[in-house]
Design a protein around this ligand. Sequence first.
Ligand code: 5GP
Length: 205
Amino acid sequence: MKRGLPIVISAPSGAGKGTVIPLVMQALPDAAYSISCTTREPRPGEQDGVNYHFISEQDFEARVRDGQMLEYNRYVDHMYGTPKEQTERWLSAGTDVVFEIDVNGAMHIKESLPAEAVLIMLLPPDYATLEARLRGRGTDDDAIVRQRLEAALTEIEYLPRYDYFVINHTGKAEEAARQILAIITAERHACRRCPDFVKEFKAKI
Ligand code: 5GP
């Protein structure tokens, strides 16, 4: 059976992933969203088991020890990780999986699934917009906002190791989602991903 496509979307905090990714998922009813585990507190409107599995540091460490994480990373001041078992089950059942993870996680996935994963970076149009979005959120204090801005500058340096980038212009989340969907469609139709097409075509003659 053809394996699912692992779709990795990284976005510096404040790039607008919270708006764009739900639009992408709505348009991909057959794809799965990899729900990460995190030790940070839920933001207003976030739900446990929907946006993240919100777990304690202790629980997180235990899951790492048990080998349950496909990858994990500390981001600013909390742990984030991708549960392993479900991901593999989805991919081997042919289900496409969307991973919304940071650059370190993306590099791990690229290493563990080199021929398979497509890496997309969602970006803000410029630094001023990123800062305004992070401050406008009003949920993080100044020190955290500054750490997230610094982290964003580091993350953008990884762009050459990604396959595609999409800019999320203010008020244009639908357009950013459409561009991501176009990339996914193109990747599903990449000849290198379907080496057995001709053989399967001829087998039905
Ligand atoms: P936030 O706290 O804004 O939801 O996420 C902070 C950062 O953690 C984002 O860059 C997000 O992509 C990243 N992140 C979320 N889940 C995971 C994960 O499972 N693994 C890794 N490596 N990063 C993650």
